[in-house]
Ligand binder design. Structure first.
Ligand SMILES: NC(=O)c1ccc[n+]([C@@H]2O[C@H](COP(=O)([O-])OP(=O)(O)OC[C@H]3O[C@@H](n4cnc5c(N)ncnc54)[C@H](OP(=O)(O)O)[C@@H]3O)[C@@H](O)[C@H]2O)c1
Length: 314
């Protein structure tokens, strides 16, 4: 079968198309004929050897796919590597039938990024109606879904995004106000946009952006950290936490893979929301499998919007 194989860590060019053997049978898993492989920021970290769970070489990247089993049943599922391939193994616990009303492109946007957005908002931050929440990369994969889910729950969303085009998109998705994510005076801009400190914030850039976002959180507020796209892991200033009675929590989706209720609950809520029209996954560029390097370049360049995917049939 064709697959993208990484034989070394490095830039996008280490992602090469090869012919490799199909994965053999494994207890609890099903073999899926992949249609689309989702591209996530986690894959950029895996390629650069900075992912939370170190990967061993040679490595086939890709943590989610949509595809078919039993000669046609459409499924979407999560995996730990192996997704950028014509066939992959999905564990039954993290694989779901795709409803007819949900397209392949929408389903692949929901598996990793949708479930992450849902649990960040409703499990980690526990946002409630009327609260103000900061959502970074508000036109990106996780962010575009988080904006919609938070707005739908009655929260006021302050969307951060790196270009005027992305900020416009975030507003169309339901953000009440938008802020340039690259601004040095990010704290002041969030405070201006929100009309004061915010009750809750998501943070996925790290470094100075973490500190600037935390500084905009109100006393007794919450911040959930789930990434470090900028490359610098931030340190938490515990003095500030005490002084303002702040709660900072961490989030990593794979911690929910073995939980029997968490992901089934969020996956059903996400499918239902797409079916009733209250959630529209923002589909992005779909490249042929062999163009994985191009997809990674786009993700790192911050130019794209919505869900990036690889068409494994091309
Ligand atoms: N912990 C978890 O379980 C989990 C799960 C899913 C995703 N994540 C994390 O969530 C974040 C978003 O992931 P995603 O897959 O949905 O990607 P994405 O948002 O579609 O794309 C990444 C976005 O991050 C923003 N960004 C900020 N600083 C950046 C930098 N220095 N380099 C590149 N991009 C930067 C950019 O948006 P702007 O230009 O608009 O700022 C960029 O478009 C990543 O940090 C990822 O690791 C974590």
């Amino acid at each position: 079968m064709r697959a993208i194989v990484m034989r070394e860590f490095g830039g996008p060019d280490v992602l090469r198309l090869e012919d490799v053997p199909e994965p053999g049978p494994r207890g609890g898993h099903m073999l899926v004929d992949v249609t689309l492989a989702g591209v996530n920021y986690a894959d950029v970290h895996a390629r650069g050897d900075s992912y939370l769970a170190p990967v061993e070489l040679p490595y086939v990247p890709g943590n989610e796919v949509v595809g078919t089993v039993d000669g046609g049943r459409r499924v979407v599922g999560l995996c730990r590597g192996g997704g950028y391939a014509e066939r992959t193994l999905l564990h039954r616990r993290v694989t779901w039938d795709v409803p007819d009303a949900v397209s392949d492109e929408q389903a692949v946007a929901l598996a990793l990024q949708g479930n992450s957005a849902w649990h960040l908002l409703f499990t980690s931050l526990r946002i409630t109606e009327g609260e103000t929440v900061v959502v970074p990369a508000a036109a990106g994969g996780v962010g575009s879904l988080a904006v919609q889910l938070a707005a739908r729950a009655g929260a006021r969303v302050i969307g951060l995004a790196g270009s005027a085009e992305k900020r416009k998109l975030a507003q169309e998705l339901g953000a009440h106000a938008v802020v340039d994510s690259t601004a040095d005076d990010l704290t002041e801009r969030i405070l201006d946009a929100a009309g004061g400190p915010v009750e809750a914030a998501l943070e996925m850039t790290g470094g100075a952006t973490f500190a600037r976002t935390l500084a905009a959180v109100a006393p007794r507020g919450r911040l959930a950290v789930y990434g470090f796209a900028g490359g610098d892991l931030a340190s938490v200033p515990t003095r500030d936490l005490m002084e303002k009675s702040l709660t900072v929590s961490g989030f990593w989706l794979p911690q929910l893979y073995a939980d029997r209720t968490a992901l089934p609950t969020s996956m059903k809520a996400l499918f239902d929301a797409v079916e009733d029209g209250s959630l529209t996954p923002l589909t992005g560029a779909v490249h042929p499998l062999g163009d994985a390097a191009r997809a990674h370049r786009e993700l790192a360049a911050r130019t794209g919007t919505g869900k990036l995917a690889l068409d494994v049939t091309r």
